[in-house]
Design a protein around this ligand. Structure first.
Ligand SMILES: Nc1ncnc2c1ncn2[C@@H]1O[C@H](COP(=O)(O)OP(=O)(O)OP(=O)(O)O)[C@@H](O)[C@H]1O
Ligand SMILES: [Mg+2]
Length: 163
């Protein structure tokens, strides 16, 4: 089974495509927990994932509204926790209702609510590199169900330069 996938993205378009491949393997109730510094590409990756879930049209960053909900092929929430102080404020806005609603949740700044995240989850760290358009994307399935599902996708990722 796949424990870890590391991919080198060389452009925003690469990152969208990685998101689309990943999104195709998600099921209701899954979460994608995105971490990475400001401007690393969390929203770009989220756009690819949401496209694969059937969201059409613009997918603006939800930094100000915190949660954007979509009724697509699968219902999905795009969540951005940047403006929240931390875990308690997230609980205060009812974050658990979103996380356990059966929708797919794509969460930016997910480290702010580490212990609230569902086990059916993929953790993704985006690291910036010296070259301005390069990102190292590390995908780590959090439990065996997700591992099994991602194992089916691994071949496609490897064809994109994965290790
Ligand atoms: N390989 C790449 N992958 C993703 N984005 C890239 C890449 N190369 C350049 N970029 C650019 O980096 C920026 C990433 O912005 P994005 O809003 O996705 O970051 P973010 O991590 O969501 O930031 P924030 O923490 O503010 O939400 C975009 O302008 C995008 O075009
Ligand atoms: Mg963002």
């Amino acid at each position: 089974m796949v424990h870890l996938i590391k991919l080198l993205s060389r452009s925003a378009q690469d990152t969208i495509e990685i998101g689309e491949k990943l999104g195709a393997g998600l099921a209701p109730g899954d979460a994608v927990a995105l971490t990475g510094v400001l401007g690393s590409g969390k929203s770009v990756l989220a756009r690819g994932i949401l496209k694969a879930l059937g969201v059409t049209g613009d997918i603006p960053s939800p930094s100000y509204i915190i949660v954007a909900s979509y009724e697509a092929r699968l219902p999905a929430n795009h969540i951005d926790l940047y403006r929240l102080e931390g875990r308690d404020e997230a609980v205060g806005i009812g974050i658990e209702d979103y996380l356990y609603s059966g929708s797919v949740n794509v969460i930016e700044w997910a480290e702010k609510i580490g212990d609230l995240l569902p086990p059916s989850r993929v953790d993704i760290a985006i690291d910036v590199r010296v070259k301005p358009d390069e990102r190292l994307i590390t995908i780590r399935p959090a439990d065996d169900h997700i591992k099994a599902r991602l194992t089916g996708l691994a071949g496609q990722f490897i064809s994109m330069g994965g290790q």
